[in-house]
Ligand binder design. Sequence first.
Ligand SMILES: C[S@@+](CC[C@H](N)C(=O)[O-])C[C@H]1O[C@@H](n2cnc3c(N)ncnc32)[C@H](O)[C@@H]1O
Length: 266
Amino acid sequence: MLQEFLTHLFTFAPRHVKKMGYLHELIAISARHKRCRSAWQPHLESSKNFIMQAVNLCPNRKKAVILGSGLLLDIPIPELSKAFEEVVLVDIAHLPATKWETRRYRNLSTLNADITGAAHAVYKTRRIVPLETTAWLPGCDSQTSLLISANTLSQLPLCPASFLAEKCRANEIDVQNWSKTLINAHLKRLANLTCTVCLITDRSISFKDESGRIQAVRDTLYGIRPEMELPDIRYKAQWQWEMAPLGELSRHCSMTMEVIGLICSK
Ligand SMILES: C[S@@+](CC[C@H](N)C(=O)[O-])C[C@H]1O[C@@H](n2cnc3c(N)ncnc32)[C@H](O)[C@@H]1O
């Protein structure tokens, strides 16, 4: 707890990123990964392998941009650094340990940026804000050969939605509809790109009892199906992520995510 508090205190991030809980979430993922390392390993390996499939499909290898790079748990960093002239890691915040780890690679850089373009406006106005319809994505330009959206799509609405609901008392249905728009907007931006695109995202969570029986399932993408929104899909894969094994959330319930990977190439 003390270590997490100190990391929060000493990690550089704009005020709204801290106040809206983004940094807290990032630190929580790090702590959860330490506790659930072996349960998460197959998912992290599947993600890395899927990204390497996308690399192999890339006709040129100038710049790779990773959106939602986070703690780099699911990113094959040495391989990407070797394959591309430049690699840009984009996240709303990066922990000092992540920055330290990337220093070893001369062609890697981190970029702290909001992928949705909405977080600061939500914090300032304390309201649901209209989303920009531009195809803008931080770190991306005409040199980008591969864009990876790494286990981040379903996370995009979480912090702003909790902020709006808890701190601004926004209407629950409005927040839900806006969350859905946020996910759709990200997919639209990916769909507009001309480079190779690799999307990895969870799409549902199953809650299981002690005997492994599914008790409830929740759609994490508000019913949106990425495979219907993205053009030119070349590869598709699906796997499970044992996100919270028994004992992590409770002694009686575990949580497993269904994850999909899509590679689009024109
Ligand atoms: C589940 S984690 C992804 C895992 C990450 N690829 C890793 O290996 O650690 C989701 C990531 O999305 C980032 N994120 C959430 N909302 C964001 C936003 N609006 N802009 C940029 N990054 C965001 C979080 O900070 C977090 O690192």
